[in-house]
Design a protein around this ligand. Structure first.
Ligand SMILES: *Cc1c(COP(=O)(O)O)cnc(C)c1O
Length: 380
């Protein structure tokens, strides 16, 4: 009685939210049905790790938003990056990454190079068509990130893709900054889109999840095989939280975007700030590419303080902020601020001044600007 019950809930329930289907074990009606079912076939179910109606629905929605065909979920954005590398690279291969790449992606690249016989090389994110000169016979994958999420250079994705495809190399993009809605990655030529759903899609600073989206069936089959072997499952409660927040994705993204441009515009006129690294502002490397290819900007940008301020002073500025909390990530309702030791993260950093990154949340911009103003005033 504690384990088995004859009760069946009545049929015909209808509601707007996607139901949360938890499962490790999936049931088959008989052995023949079990043997006939293939884990890669998404028209049916085999085991919780390969999906339930909840995760299948989230995958389909994300593929639609990115204008792709196939989607696989991973337990974090970084796990989604790992999935792409494990599916497409083997010993003897070469991968190219932008020098401004999300730092854990660089850690992974260096690890693949140190321990797995793969070479990982870094290129100037503004290289454009010049990437052709770096492609070797064993280059299998080029990572891009648009823009780099700390220093904000906007790469010329169509130029990189044309050069890569001319030599039969696949291009993956970390499209997290655009939320999948301000940059049509496939239309601009990429083969694989990676998203950290941890950011805008979940929107609540409470979920870790990633996605890999493709248009090409054969490519999806390779990714699916790696996904199965790595055992990358996600929790259905988390999948539900992302589904729950997708309908407001564009509203939230546009609100972050408008507020970030207001705050960045105000910072631009301040003598303490040397450069605004926001793709919609002319100081930002790749600004013209952003204008050509993107339809929005979201809430994340960085500034370079005037070179007269030391790190001790800019750290104090960050400590003196009250509404802006100190913490990584973005895409939630709360504004965040993080100083970066950017020169230590990069091979080719030549700018002066301390870099501080802002994530503009959903608070009132007047309050945010007043907060920054009081912290700048205490810099003197
Ligand atoms: C946050 C982030 C990731 C990784 O996402 P996690 O879910 O935190 O692992 C990858 N790329 C970018 C650009 C990110 O901001």
């Amino acid at each position: 009685m504690l384990t088995h019950s004859d009760y069946q809930a009545p049929e015909g329930f209808a509601a707007l939210p996607t139901a949360i289907h938890h499962a490790s074990t999936v049931l088959f009606k008989d052995v023949a049905a079990m043997r006939a079912r293939h884990w890669q076939d998404k028209s049916a179910y085999t085991y919780g790790l390969h999906g339930t109606p909840t995760s299948f629905t989230l995958e389909a929605r994300l593929a639609e938003i990115e204008q792709g065909e196939y989607c696989l979920l991973a337990p974090s954005g970084l796990a989604a990056i790992t999935l792409v590398d494990m599916a497409l690279l083997q010993a003897g291969d070469d991968v190219l990454l932008p020098d401004n790449v999300y730092n854990p992606n660089r850690e992974l690249g260096d690890w693949l190079a140190r321990s797995f016989g793969i070479s990982a090389r870094y290129y100037n994110p503004l290289i454009g068509a010049g990437i052709a000169d770096l492609i070797e016979a064993n280059t299998k994958l080029i990572w891009t990130e648009a823009p780099g999420s700390v220093s904000m250079e906007v790469p010329d994705i169509p130029a990189i893709c044309s050069a890569a495809h001319a030599k039969g190399v696949l291009v993956a993009i970390d499209n997290t900054w655009s939320g999948g809605i301000a940059f049509a990655a496939f239309e601009h030529g990429v083969d694989i889109v990676m998203q950290a759903l941890t950011k805008y899609q979940s929107g609540g600073s409470d979920v870790l999840m990633g996605a890999v989206i493709t248009r090409d069936q054969a490519l999806n089959v390779r990714l699916q095989a790696a996904h199965m072997r790595l055992g990358f499952g996600v929790g259905m409660d988390d999948a539900y939280l992302v589904l729950r927040n997708l309908p407001t994705l564009k509203l939230r993204f546009d609100a972050h975007d408008a507020s970030a441009r207001k705050v960045a515009g105000w910072l631009q006129s301040r003598p303490e700030i040397n450069k605004i690294l926001h793709p919609a502002f002319p100081d930002c490397p790749g600004h013209d590419t952003w204008k050509r290819d993107f339809t929005g900007a979201g809430g994340l940008f960085s500034v370079l303080f005037d070179a007269r301020y030391s790190e001790v002073q800019t750290d104090q500025f960050v400590n003196n902020l009250k509404l802006f909390k100190i913490g990584y990530s973005w895409g939630g309702a709360h504004s965040l601020c993080v100083p970066y030791r950017i020169a230590q993260m990069r091979k080719d950093w030549s700018h002066e001044g301390i870099l501080v990154r802002f994530n503009i949340g959903l608070e009132s911009t007047e309050d945010l600007i007043a907060d920054i103003e009081q912290a700048l005033a205490r810099l003197a």
